[in-house]
Design a protein around this ligand. Sequence first.
Ligand SMILES: [Fe+2]
Length: 222
Amino acid sequence: MAFELMELPYAKNALEPYISKRTIDFHYGKHHKKYVDRVNKLIKGTPQESQSLEEIMYSTYKKNDKIYNNAAQIWNHTFYWNCLTPNGRAISNSVKNVIEKHFMSLQKFMALFTEQALELFGTGWTWLVIDKKGEIKIRAIEDAGNPLLEREVPLLTCDVWEHAYYLDYQNDRERYIENFWQIVNWEFVEENFGKTMEYPFRRTQSHEQGRPSPKRKEVRLF
Ligand SMILES: [Fe+2]
């Protein structure tokens, strides 16, 4: 069964003026779609053909870069689209409290996350994760990196590949990240605290694809 491109959880123009429909057309409609098409082509006739997306990532990491990179990019983009929303609610007190506990204040966290996103040289992703010790950390990972490979739970990500912002912001990554904060889906971040390190990935078109159900270790807010 082939992987399918997820459906966006909002209209393509819904993130304007922060991310334009034109960027979504290319980023989601061309780049993300191409990763899906490539994986389907690359895994045909291989042991990965019957595997979930996470299984493909684990089984090809550092063994088959071509398959790993494309598979991880499907996962990362699905997660990224879910991290954004046009109807964002204010961050809940429970998430805010955890962030304040680890980073002093929400402003300090946002500044540190932004700094790491700006310092990431070249292409990659900036993540907020729960690490193996249960600590909340910011991690900038190059290219198609993914915290799951380090057995970390992703809570939030920002795509800092140029294709994510160049049409709207050209070389101004800083302004893209400033505006990223305007459309963060804090409810999704909160949901991620209850997720696990083993993400059973369903092969559906739905945006539910990026919302795995709890299976193993539950990480609580408190
Ligand atoms: Fe991207």
